[in-house]
Ligand binder design. Structure first.
Ligand SMILES: Cc1cc2nc3c(=O)[nH]c(=O)nc-3n(C[C@H](O)[C@H](O)[C@H](O)COP(=O)(O)O)c2cc1C
Ligand SMILES: [Mn+2]
Length: 699
């Protein structure tokens, strides 16, 4: 971005030397830049929007308007002429001067105090480095102290330390992605030895700041940003030959997912007016990239750390806890007045869902479905918004079947609208940024706003815009938006649909959305997903939820050490749970707690193992579940609600459930034979064989 600035209709050309802008540059915008600045403003750059088409000599800049003290007062996108831009030289931030002895003492005192407080980021981050200020202008050669923070997690730092990477230039180059809240201190041109990066931190010497990407709060504003990153990382393939969205795409995606292959961009679907992006979340790696982390556990850990000190464990522990975390740590969505998702508008008779390359995934499907439409509704009485991912069947050029299941939040909104005899306004967003897309599938309780959750995951506010014809908001950076309403009492048969259960779900009557307005970006990309018998690409989404919600589940049921929702069990059929067993029938207590926990209540089979069993190691789990169980005593059979799509229960919506207690049994549970000891080799012999291994010539 620094050397090349993209202007004109996609043509890249070198910008004037003085216009090699960097994130963090402060610009004085006057009339020379655009007549709108007849009253000049100061503007700190986040990035040049080189993906926004514009006229030659002009550009869109994303950044913050500053007040006279240099504080950011508003985030703005401005349209300016290169020729009229002036960069204001900035003095070094105050903390960049080599610290005096007394300053250093204060800093280390502060670090020790903050260790005790177990909340180091609040105490130790200099004000200039707070996220809103976009951080200091880093320069090559600077020593940077990084502490284990939100975007610079402890496990990355320990990796650098293990590799011997440090500020003295040891260990070779390493790339570190960090939020400014992870940057403890910067020593411009100093030796960096005294940087108080604190326990668990590391000092690195900067080779280069990777610019806009690193300076922004979250790496992707929209789906296209994410696709670009995937492509750069070798995680996306373009398919440029024409391909049929009926069945052919489905078969290609299924094979690709099974081979652990890349995301796919079908550039020329034979139906619809835009390319199709699929398999974005098909591996845990891509899912982690989607959420801007290196491992999915990082997010769970962030939530877990915040839950410990601050919140009492109550009856509604898990979800109450999440709600508090969101209030404390999230960024509420931000309303914007103009939005890329409304660049093109079709109303009334011009609405045609056939512009979208909806997929038919299986031969017996009831027609074309839109599988990644993010459905927005509002509770007609409380006004509370809901976002949910529900499949949409294309009934006609302007009607959609709303497959929201019985336990879901938008179903409840619709029920209230019908009781009141009112139309329910609906807005569907297709092709959102990957975090919002994930959030739409997360099992959040009704009182937690999915956009607050997304703001928490992004560490940055989601920009939303008012719909044109319904009283709802949608993500400003969505690719396509459908606006309309549901008539009370109206139903149409929905299905069959080959779902992630591996079976066709039968035809059922579901509400119908009448699409009145269709808006989109000028060059939209359509996003979809293929569902079928696992493993399929929703694996990544399910695993993200498992990991993100792990600390919350532990918070509610502290006996739980870890859990695994195997994708073969379609996430709600089976849970494998390890516990720290302390008293008789402890395993049964945990089973009952899980059957009482929000959407986990739909679980059919729960297998409980002792804490020394890795729940992700199926061999070990099977060993315990097959061998450690007396099926007349250790099996708990009960009944309860099951998933809307469960086909095995003898009637819809409820059925039998089993808990398998595969823990070691205690005398107090009636097992008085003395639990046998498992064999392990004596450590001396292990050490001896280690030492002599080569000598044996075995391998
Ligand atoms: C690919 C995919 C497709 C889904 N399709 C449906 C669906 O058709 N109907 C449904 O009720 N839930 C579906 N879900 C699950 C919901 O998205 C999930 O339960 C979410 O929490 C619903 O939001 P809500 O809790 O606000 O109702 C799907 C999930 C994924 C990942
Ligand atoms: Mn919800």
């Amino acid at each position: 971005m620094n050397a090349l600035v993209r202007v004109g209709n996609g043509a890249a050309r070198a910008a004037p030397a003085e216009m090699r802008l960097r994130a963090g540059n402060v610009l004085h915008l006057t009339r020379a830049a655009s007549v709108q600045f007849h009253q000049p403003i100061m503007f700190r750059l986040i990035r040049v929007k080189d993906d926004w088409t514009t006229f030659d000599g002009w550009a869109w800049l994303d950044g913050y308007q500053l007040d006279t003290k240099g504080n950011a007062v508003a985030r703005r996108s401005v349209f300016v002429q290169w020729a009229g831009l002036r960069v204001v030289p900035q003095p070094r931030p105050a903390h960049s001067e080599r610290a005096t002895r007394s300053e250093r003492a204060t800093r280390s005192e502060r670090a020790t105090r903050s260790e005790r407080d177990a909340c180091p980021e609040r105490a130790a981050v200099p004000a200039e480095l707070a996220p809103a200020s976009l951080g200091p202008a880093l320069m090559s050669g600077d020593a940077v102290g990084l502490s284990p923070m939100r975007r610079c997690p402890a496990n990355w730092i320990s990796r650098y330390r293990r590799r011997g990477v440090d500020h003295r230039g040891g260990g070779g180059p390493a790339s570190v992605r960090t939020g400014w809240d992870g940057v403890q201190e910067v020593d411009h041109r100093g030796d960096g030895d005294r940087l108080p990066w604190g326990p668990g931190g590391v000092g690195l010497r900067l080779v280069r700041d990777t610019g806009g990407m690193a300076a922004r709060g979250f790496p992707y504003t929209d789906l296209k940003d994410f696709l670009k990153t995937l492509e750069r990382e070798g995680e996306l393939r373009r398919v440029s030959v024409p391909v049929d969205p009926t069945l052919e795409i489905s078969e290609i995606v299924t094979r690709t997912v099974r081979a652990g292959g890349p995301a796919l961009l079908f550039e020329r679907p034979t139906r619809g007016e835009m390319p199709v992006a699929v398999n974005l979340f098909g591996t845990e790696k891509r899912m982690a990239m989607a959420l801007g982390v290196e491992s999915l556990d990082e997010i769970g850990n962030r939530i877990g750390e915040m839950l410990k000190p601050e919140l009492p464990i109550g009856f509604s522990g898990m979800m109450g806890g999440l709600g508090k975390v969101m209030q404390l740590k999230s960024m509420p969505p931000k309303k914007v007045r103009t939005a890329p998702c409304q660049q093109v508008v079709y109303r009334g008779d011009d609405v045609d869902l056939n512009r979208l390359p909806g997929l038919q995934v299986w031969p017996g499907d009831g027609g074309i479905f839109h599988n990644f439409g993010l459905t927005h509704t509002k509770h007609p009485e409380t006004g509370k918004r809901n976002l949910g991912l529900y499949r949409l069947q294309q009934h006609s050029h302007n009607t959609l079947g709303m497959h929201w299941q019985i336990h879901k939040n938008s179903t409840a909104h619709h029920a209230v609208a019908e009781r009141l005899g009112q139309r329910l306004p609906v807005a569907i967003a297709i092709g959102c940024d990957p975090v919002v897309s994930y959030a739409s599938s997360a099992p959040l309780p009704a009182d937690i706003d999915e956009y607050l959750f997304a703001g928490f995951l992004r560490g940055e506010r989601v920009e939303m815009v008012d719909c044109l014809t319904v009283p709802l908001q949608v993500p400003a950076h969505a690719q396509v938006v459908l606006e309309g309403y549901i008539e009370p009492g109206e139903r149409l048969p929905e299905g069959p649909f080959g779902d992630h259960t591996g079976f066709y779900t039968p035809v059922e009557p579901f509400p119908v959305m009448h699409v009145e307005t269709m808006t989109m970006q000028r060059d939209p990309v359509y996003h979809s997903i293929v569902t079928s018998k696992p493993p399929q690409e929703d694996h990544g989404l399910g695993k993200a939820t498992e990991r993100i919600f792990a600390p919350l589940l532990r918070f509610l049921i502290p006996d739980i050490v870890d859990y695994n929702l195997p994708s073969a069990g379609v996430f709600h059929n089976c849970a494998i749970v390890s516990i720290r067993k302390r008293y008789p029938k402890h395993a049964q207590k945990v089973m009952n707690a899980i059957w009482g926990a929000h959407m986990m209540s739909l679980t059919k089979l729960i297998v409980i193992v002792d804490e020394d069993c890795d729940v992700h190691d199926y061999q070990e789990v099977a060993f315990r579940a097959f061998g450690n169980v007396d099926y007349s005593r250790d099996l708990l059979l009960t009944e309860g609600p099951v998933d809307h799509l469960d086909h095995a229960s003898y009637q819809q919506f409820w059925g039998g459930k089993a808990g398998v207690d595969a823990t070691r049994k205690l005398p107090t549970e009636g097992y008085t034979r003395g639990w046998p000891e498992e064999m392990t080799m004596s450590p001396e012999v292990v050490a001896l064989v280690d030492k002599r291994w080569k000598e044996y010539g075995v391998r």
